[in-house]
Design a protein around this ligand. Structure first.
Ligand code: FES
Length: 73
């Protein structure tokens, strides 16, 4: 699913970059997400935060049924 229409950044791309970036600002620098019209900002940040939370605490993915857990498998 495309999250950022302005830069054609998908949900999967955000997940992949979230694992390599230290913070959301770095994700924006690397992908351009939420730097155009800004409408994708909340969704992009949500995906980023969810992936970062799972990567810090992998067990959280099992109990919460988080859809982004697949990206970390
Ligand atoms: S949709 Fe992402 S900046 Fe416009």
């Amino acid at each position: 699913m495309i999250v950022c229409v302005c830069h054609r950044i998908s949900h999967r791309e955000i997940e992949r970059h979230a694992l390599a970036c230290d913070n959301f600002d770095e994700l924006q620098l690397n992908t351009g997400v939420a730097t155009g019209c800004g409408r994708c900002g909340d969704c992009a940040r949500s995906v980023f935060d969810e992936v970062r939370q799972i990567s810090v605490c992998p067990g959280a993915a099992r109990g919460a049924g988080l859809q982004h857990a697949v990206a970390l498998a």
